[in-house]
Design a protein around this ligand. Structure first.
Ligand SMILES: Cc1cc2nc3c(=O)[nH]c(=O)nc-3n(C[C@H](O)[C@H](O)[C@H](O)COP(=O)(O)OP(=O)(O)OC[C@H]3O[C@@H](n4cnc5c(N)ncnc54)[C@H](O)[C@@H]3O)c2cc1C
Length: 327
């Protein structure tokens, strides 16, 4: 891409970004697969994130937002555009629920989009704030969790979220000839929680151009000294379920009430656990986790996903839907 070098220089001379060129991306994903990207930038402030979005829109350069990279299978051939990583946006602020009136024991944690969910949980527990314990050990960032409406131990992000600040893309205006006379612009907006906009693994941000800049979590002050232990018990359960044994991206497929049982159980009952394609394997201990067992490629993972879908469709009639995202 011709003007990427110029763009890199533009971001580089600004002190608002960390800039990396020709980046080997695999280590930035929990699956540890994927090729290179010519340019990766890490905005240091929310305004810099906004500036990056508008610069890339103006230059018509493709980009995508990377949180913790824990739900993504990144292509072996890499990405011919700019990866914007939120990793440096990780401030947490404790605030009253309502700025003007007392809200008793209720407070909010305003977290920048790149803050790791686990860091938020630890912050809450340390400050005697309850409500987020189930998310202990959830890999990835607040922005990614908000986008995915992550769900842990029957608790979803939508159960705990308050206001979300985000950048919304306003399309360019059409001129008389039908062409676009103005370039699209991102503008800052806020969204108050509205339960009609959220559902199982779907948020108001899923599949849109909107970029989350911060998430407010509603929590409560508590004198219960057991919250630390409660949070630790969820982490322990993850470890015992083998989440961290091999590189992976958690559950591969969504669950579906219509199936009458969890997807992992369906895969298990078909005898598919342990099945391998290349270096990718269905975890021998969990039917809904694919692991990078031995130098897997994204192609191996994709092939294994397709294999499971075909097997499940032909033997049960169910159409599995991926939860992991292929980029
Ligand atoms: C071991 C393991 C266990 C897991 N367990 C669970 C679990 O229990 N429950 C669960 O729901 N998931 C689980 N996951 C999946 C994953 O951790 C979650 O989906 C997580 O919320 C993704 O966050 P992330 O920051 O890594 O997002 P990424 O993987 O970086 O991105 C996911 C999507 O979100 C978008 N995105 C990221 N940040 C933003 C932003 N600021 N604004 C707009 N879009 C953004 C990306 O563009 C991408 O489309 C697990 C994964 C692993 C590896």
């Amino acid at each position: 891409m011709n003007n990427l070098r110029e763009i890199a220089q533009k971001f580089n001379i600004s002190e608002e970004f960390a800039v990396y060129e020709n980046v080997e991306m695999a280590r930035r994903f929990s699956f540890k697969v994927g090729g290179r990207t010519p340019l990766l930038i890490e905005p240091l402030t929310e305004n810099a994130l906004l500036k990056a979005l508008n610069t890339l829109e103006a230059e018509k350069i493709p980009y995508f937002i990377l949180g913790g990279g824990t739900n993504i299978v990144f292509s072996d051939t890499g990405y011919d555009g700019v990866v914007i990583s939120t990793v440096k946006l990780n401030n947490i602020e404790e605030m009253p629920l309502n700025e003007n009136k007392s809200s008793g024991d209720q407070v909010v944690l305003k977290c920048q989009c790149g803050t790791l969910m686990n860091t938020v949980v630890n912050f809450a527990v340390k400050n005697s704030l309850t409500g987020l314990e189930e998310f202990c050990g959830l890999p990835g960032t607040c922005g990614g969790a908000g986008y995915m409406n992550a769900r842990c131990f029957n608790r979803e992000i939508s159960d705990v979220v308050g206001k979300i600040t985000y950048f919304d893309k306003i399309p360019g205006k059409k001129d008389v000839s039908g062409g676009i006379s103005e370039i699209p612009q991102f503008v800052r907006k806020t969204l108050e929680y509205d339960k009609t906009m959220w559902s199982y693994k779907i948020s108001p941000f899923t599949g849109t151009d909107k970029v989350i800049s911060s998430v407010e979590f509603r929590v409560k002050k508590t004198t219960d000294s057991g919250i630390q232990q409660r949070a630790a018990s969820f982490m322990k359960e993850r470890v015992e379920k083998g989440h961290f044994k091999f590189p992976c991206a958690g559950s591969v497929f969504k669950n579906n009430h219509a199936f009458g049982k969890p997807t992992g159980q369906i895969v298990d009952e078909l005898g598919l656990k342990g099945q391998t394609i290349g270096g990718a394997q269905i975890a021998p201990w969990h039917g809904n986790i694919i692991i990078n067992r031995d130098n897997a490629t994204s192609k191996d993972i994709k092939a294994l996903v397709e294999f499971v879908k075909e097997q499940v469709k032909s033997k049960t009639g169910f159409d599995l839907e991926e939860e992991i995202l292929f980029y």
